[in-house]
Design a protein around this ligand. Sequence first.
Ligand code: GCV
Length: 672
Amino acid sequence: MTNAQKGRSYSCWLGYDPVEDAAARELGQVALRKICLQADGATGECIAAELKRAAQGLFDLEPEMVSRPSEASLVVGVGLAGDQELDEEGFLVQELTPSGSLQIAAKTDRGLLYGVFAFLRELRLGRFLLGKENPAVPLRMLNHWDNLDGSVERGYAGTSIFWDGGGLASDLSRVADYARLLASVGINGISVNNVNVHADETALIGPKLPLVARLADIFRPWGIRIFLSVSYASPVELGGLPTADPLDPQVQNWWAERARAIYSRIPDFGGFVVKADSEHRPGPFTYGRDHAQGANMLARALGPYGGIVVWRCFVYNCTQDWRDYKTDRAKAAYDTFMPLDGKFDSNVVLQIKNGPMDFQIREPVSPLFGGLSHTNQMLELQITQEYTGQQRDLCYLVPMWKEVLDFDTFARGQGSAVKDIVAGKVFSQTYSGIAGVANVGSDPNWTGHTLAQANLYGFARLCWDPNLSAAAIAEEWIQLTFGPNAKVREVILEMLLRSREIYENYTVPLGIGWMVNPGHHYGPNVDGYEYDRWGTYHRADCWAIGVDRTAKGGTGFAGQYHPPNAQMYESRETCPEELLLFFHRAGYKERLRSGKTLIQHIYDSHFAGVEQVEEMIDRWNSLAGLVDPEIFIHVAERLQDQLKNAIEWRDVVNSYFYRKSGIPDERGRTIY
Ligand code: GCV
């Protein structure tokens, strides 16, 4: 299938449609006329191909490739003047005098690749990029939860683009297109299998290793290192050993031998991602060992080759009794990992979900950020919309991620934001970064909902520069995807920027979370997880709802933060209201800052959420004839689905609380 047959949305933000603006056109035509590329190897080929493709598509130009810099209008090269202040992955774009030609310089081919993509992006946005850029965050990674049978855990965009029927997918050209897409926004690492590693996937570090090597070959030219999720029990499951005890020399040797085998096939292999002792996955606890002992053993196997262990902190008791009010899942990761701070090897990096629970529409930031001060750490975000509309409902997640990144942990006093921790600026860390659980699959538009491409784009842009605003990222993405039409930009921008608030309005009130159908997690079910074992309780009765997580009378979770935050959450008066029910138990008749009672707030926000989806539909409909017709129809259909979902949420949630509390809606609207 050609890309044209795959439809306009296949090319995402890299559709090089002709530039219409005369000035930008002239600029591009002049700059890309004669190119001197001083980069060899496969990455050099990618750069050359990209420049030609862009020149052709954007400016209808066939650039001449010249070998002498003095003849070129654009020089792209490693080791050119001015690259002294650059990091390994940074780049510099400058105008040379007196020739007036342009130069993109970097210390590495990867830096050049990023420089070229950034230069082209800015040209397409009608801006002229000059100056130096280094990525803020060192590890900029995607985690795929893909299984070898082709299914994707929490995938909402078709099947896996990597795997099918126990082996590689038949069309690997799709993987190459994906690698290019990710490189264009600076992603430099990818794990290609689910963190829940089953028998088939365990073979990826054994007999199926050649399959991984093939994927690594595809990603390599684009500057992306490949990682694998591994099962902690691999020595038993694959190696036939009686134990996976990290202190057992046989086990250590087994992993060392596996590492040797992997690096002999994939010399730039990134390392392992590990979900251990979590949701029934095996781990060091089985052998009475802690997570530092568990992770360090793997790190020592990978260390000689420069590999790292990404060790997830998503560890909690998933067999809780709902009558147990003492255990608090929110506290679990901190309780497990804080005592181990400083005990991890330098090539272990702890991967921490943004919130203490699990990717809900509203959660506080995990207190492990700012808590851990002697340990490499990275942030885990969920791009795939498990709890945020599953790519059927529109939910632009960048504003939420910005809140996380901007959150000041006060670890070193004021000014110790999460974005600085993941950039490695607050504590001394050998590795730091951000990982996103990918939202991509085999659907022609990659992400199920075409507008969910904005989340993939936005994730990567924030990794590169967490100081970009959610609006600036959205504007870039809209223009690169839909072109320069001002009305299109204005409408989609507003839809994206309001979508999180709208989704929150019709779903779960004030930070309490969950209330979803168990298992698949789409649609409302207020008590779906209430009497279950997962530790996800809202504790609603006929008077009140919410969990007291204060240090004073509650579970003590609020006390896991540094003082200014701990105090802020501890007090009902200063706790941000959108997190009220996460930290406090509140009566339905209690007044919120708006003057409304809690119950009235629940009713009003749910009615408002549905009305806002209706408005969004009208707004989108005003774009008929202005966007690609297939995309127009596709988004219109998704919005209709979203409306149905919003109505169901409104009615289920409002009826539940009306029946529980017996308090009618002040405005007498229909509640069942
Ligand atoms: C991959 C949640 C999801 C699981 C996921 C898990 C995790 O519980 O529902 O599908 O497993 O998080 O992050 O490990």
